[in-house]
Write a new protein. Structure first.
Lengths: 290, 389
């Protein structure tokens, strides 16, 4: 088992004929993803790595039964591409694009809910269920199938944690990047219950960062609903207020969104918060053994 | 992106939001000429990207032209220290000379993004002219909020409700409602992350006027606002940060002694935390991004060692798209070119890691290398302790 994606997932790549789309389609196929279609307006009839290309998402869904989509679409057009996927009945839309204006995301986020779709991102490296399927750009080879679910606001920090786990002989059920933007789709609070319900997942690692209140909401939910061990790390303890730390969402504003507040909320909810990024994997190993 | 008050007020005027007659000036003579044209009394306001200007003496009421000259001469070209600038202050290069208003009462009005609710939110308070965060902490009920449904935007009844609750005089209710709706229109159309009027004043003759104006623009929206890009004031930014931005690097100067170069924003923040955890202090945030070239790495490295506060450099790379061999080439090229004297700790992992480590080992330079983050932390800790003794 895993969450959100597995071998049955029928994937679609929006923007498949672009440089990024082509490159990562090849890599996702290597990591076992069942890619059934690609979409680029005006490129119907072409193929990329043997994957047929369609003009619209609706055409691709009608012809192939695609049920999940990953977007390699530049910022000015990404919000529209998310809507097109949601409208066509795609169940999971993964948007990697960094730099979508927040004013575009506000109505789009609302529309995705209305259409009954799930959105991951934007500004995410995607997700991977090791050995089964990958809708993302993370290096597949560092992952191993296993019992730990990971939810993260960061990309390379997640690779670091996966690497620590793999070195300890602990694999992953699904690793999900929720994205570094202020307005994103699926959050910690949406994903935690999915891991709780997944029989393969035995422990959950939550990688948060400064800004917003997603970690505080996760803490409240963990206290109420999560019985599996949870280990967390919050990046940005040393970040100054008022400065955007790379991710558009990683900013302490008006005294809110500090690492200290997030760590306090998670600790109070029974979560083991790793004191250093070098000790996230070992903290989970200890929780599993206790 | 932050812009100045005078720039924000020009945008306000374009949206019909009331501002007092004013002119932005850069010299004492210009200030006096502007005051003569507007008519005294005027307020002379230092234009810097930081709040608390009043407390720092950056806002001066001048009753005559001599007073204007005196204020302009005292402010222009000098650093202004406010509670938000840090002890070194910010150099004042521009002044706003504005007609003084007879203020009867002051209010707070702002629009921003509520991330938890995923909507825009209009915030109002009767406590205008003071720090809204202080008001929120002391008396949360004094903060009025109207959340905006993204599908239909801010509705007139909501703006009216907010204005009624603020307790404005009856004659001001209708224009204030219109003002709130205009501010929301501006907030959306100009891709703002914050639009704030603090204070919004009612004058003795019951007219509305925006005494201050603050607009923060969403960096991600700038591509569709070519005019807004020209509003960026590079003199307000740290020169090292400007240099980094030009090279497509994400750099923020901090006040520590260990410089760090990392790929990915989350890992970069975590690396800063790690440096702090072992008893040193991070000198910067530097995310070279996923697709960095050897040239970008070299540039980033040069910026790090160009910071006089840096006593050691910690390079922490988890290569994915960014290959370790590319990283190593960039670091070696930069280290050879700039004659680095401080210790360099390198932790490489990920794509082409063996090739990367080989390049470092065969470079003839003395790097301290670590294979995992724990070992790297120990090396950074040892260097920090050595520096302190």
């Amino acid at each position: 088992m895993s969450i959100l994606i597995d071998r049955q997932t029928r994937a679609l790549v929006q923007g498949i004929t672009g440089g990024e789309g082509r490159f990562h389609t090849e890599r996702m196929l290597q990591d076992g993803t069942n890619i059934v279609a690609g979409v680029t307006p005006g490129k119907a009839g072409e193929s990329v790595e043997g994957v047929p290309v369609f003009d619209t998402v609706a055409d691709a869904v009608a012809a192939t039964g695609a049920n999940a989509s990953i977007l390699f679409v530049p910022p000015p057009f990404a919000a529209d591409a998310i809507c097109e996927a949601a409208e066509a009945g795609i169940e999971l839309v993964v948007c990697l694009t960094e730099g979508i204006p927040v004013h575009d995301m506000l109505p789009v986020r609302r529309y995705v809910d209305l259409a009954g779709a799930r959105l991951l991102g934007p500004n995410t490296p995607g997700l991977i269920s090791p050995g089964k399927s990958k809708l993302g750009v993370m290096a597949g080879y560092i992952h191993t199938p296993g019992p730990i679910g990971i939810i993260s606001r960061s990309g390379t920090l997640t690779y670091e944690v996966v690497h620590q786990l793999t070195a300890l002989g602990i694999g992953q059920s699904t690793c999900v990047g929720i994205g570094g933007d202020p307005i994103v789709g699926l959050t910690f609070a949406d994903l935690l219950p999915m891991f709780e319900a997944d029989p393969e997942t035995e422990g959950i690692i939550l990688i948060g960062e400064i800004g917003g209140s997603a970690e505080e909401e996760a803490a409240a939910l963990i206290e109420r609903e999560i019985s599996k061990p949870v280990v967390a790390f919050i990046a940005g303890r040393t970040a100054p207020p008022g400065r955007r730390m790379g991710h558009a969402g990683a900013i302490i504003t008006g005294g809110a969104g500090t690492a200290a507040a997030k760590i306090a909320a998670l600790t109070a909810a029974g979560v083991t918060v790793a004191p250093s990024p070098a000790e996230i994997g070992s903290a989970m190993a200890e929780r599993l053994n206790s | 992106m932050k812009i100045h008050e005078f720039q924000a007020k020009e945008i306000f005027a374009a949206y019909g939001i009331p501002v007092a007659p004013a002119r932005a000036v850069a010299s004492v003579d210009e200030a006096a000429a502007a005051a003569a044209e507007i008519g005294t009394p005027v307020v002379v306001k230092a234009q810097i990207h930081a709040g608390g200007r009043g407390k720092g003496g950056g806002i001066v009421l001048a009753h005559d032209l001599d007073g204007v000259r005196e204020a302009a001469d005292r402010l222009l070209g000098h650093p202004l220290v406010t509670p938000q600038t840090g002890p070194e202050g910010r150099t004042v290069r521009t002044l706003l000379v504005e007609q003084a208003s007879d203020i009867a009462s002051e209010y707070y009005l702002a629009i921003t993004i509520d991330r938890a609710r995923r909507t825009a939110v209009v915030i109002g308070s009767q406590a205008g002219g003071v720090d809204i965060e202080e008001t929120a902490a002391r008396d949360p009920d004094a903060i009025l909020k109207e959340w905006v449904e993204p599908a239909i935007g801010l509705r007139p009844f909501q703006a009216h409700r907010l204005v009624r609750k603020l307790g404005l005089p009856a004659s001001a209710v209708r224009p204030a409602t219109k003002l709130v709706l205009s501010l929301y229109k501006l907030f959306c159309a100009e891709d703002c992350s914050l639009a704030e009027i603090n204070p919004l004043a009612i004058t003795d003759d019951e007219q509305l006027v925006s005494i201050d104006a603050k607009l923060n623009l969403d960096d991600s929206g700038l591509f569709r606002h070519p005019k807004a890009q020209a509003l960026r004031d590079l003199t307000e930014e740290d020169p090292l940060e400007v240099e980094a931005t030009a090279a497509n690097l994400n750099y923020i100067k901090l006040d520590g002694n260990v410089g760090c170069l990392v790929n990915g924003a989350g890992l970069a923040m975590a690396t800063m935390d790690l440096i702090d955890h072992v008893g040193a202090r991070p000198a910067n945030f530097l995310d070279v991004g996923g697709g960095a070239t050897a040239e970008m790495i070299e540039k980033g490295f040069r910026i790090l060692v160009g910071d006089p506060d840096v006593e050691a450099v910690f390079i922490n790379i988890f290569g994915g798209i960014l290959r370790c061999d590319i990283l190593a080439e960039g670091v070696v090229a930069a280290a050879k070119a700039v004659d680095v004297r401080c210790p360099i700790i390198v932790r490489l992992e990920g794509t082409n890691v063996d090739a990367g480590r080989g390049i470092l080992a065969n470079s003839g330079l003395s790097f301290q290398t670590a294979t995992d983050l724990r070992e790297a932390a120990q090396l950074v800790g040892a260097v920090a302790k050595g520096g302190a003794s």
